[in-house]
Design a protein around this ligand. Structure first.
Ligand code: ZN
Length: 239
């Protein structure tokens, strides 16, 4: 999994405090000498993830030797104005279902495009040329901005617009959720699996009151279902 080209440099991880971005943070700590994180407050009702991200960041330092030294600052950007414009079932009181557009009502239009653009501005100021995001087109819930084709186009737009090469690494792009659990196990062993189960947050409804083998959540929203199914497939594959 090593990427020799970019190992001795710096990366900015889009870090929400969920399973995918926690795995991306571990991946970045394994691949880069300096890693910073960025999170976005856009009015999401699962704001508990903003608490989760601080716990996960703290605990991540102890997973592997050297990770504490590599993990640099955290940046939280208030994008509530964007959240209000892009209102969806994640930010407003609306049913989670397939909408008239054929996309789930949890689709927040332009979310990854906005996040990556804002992250690139911070990266540019911080002298970092690599962004890391947990976009995944395998189990992607039908979100068109999670496709690598979208990411490739934005990588090119950012590189042109900032007049410096920007790379967007998406280590989960072609992994199933079971493979994402497996990757976390490879990167950080049982300690990272434990951390992801206990402290990361994925549930769209922000539920922290129901504990499952795979972590906390309502167990019925699409995010919980994906996470649970991936866990079960991974466990079945290990048995
Ligand atoms: Zn849920």
């Amino acid at each position: 999994m090593k990427n020799p080209v970019s190992h001795s440099s710096a990366a900015l991880v889009l870090f929400s405090g969920g399973q995918d971005s926690a795995t991306c943070l571990a991946w970045a700590l394994d691949h880069f000498d300096r890693v910073e994180t960025i999170g976005f407050a856009y009015g999401q009702i699962h704001a508990v993830e903003m608490d989760a991200r601080l716990r996960v960041r703290d605990a991540m330092r102890a997973i592997r030797a050297g990770w504490a030294e590599r993990l640099g600052g955290d940046h939280v950007v208030d994008l509530s104005g964007y959240g209000a414009v892009a209102e969806s079932a994640l930010t407003a009181d609306r049913a989670i279902e397939i909408g008239e557009s054929g996309l789930p009502t949890t689709f927040v239009p332009g979310r990854n495009l906005v996040f990556l653009t804002v992250a690139s501005a911070l990266a540019w100021r911080r002298g970092m040329a690599v962004l890391v995001g947990g976009m995944c087109e395998t189990d992607y819930s039908g979100y068109p901005d999670c496709r690598r084709e979208t990411i490739d186009a934005q990588e090119r737009a950012l590189s042109l617009g900032l007049d410096t090469p920007i790379t967007i690494e998406t280590p989960l792009m072609h992994l199933s959720k079971a493979q994402t659990w497996a990757l976390a196990g490879e990167l950080g062993g049982d300690a990272l699996i434990h951390l992801i189960r206990e402290d990361t947050h994925t549930c769209y409804r922000g539920d922290r009151s129901h504990r499952h083998d795979w972590g906390y959540g309502c167990g019925t929203c699409p995010a919980c279902e994906l996470r649970a199914r991936g866990w079960q497939e991974w466990q079945a594959g290990r048995a």
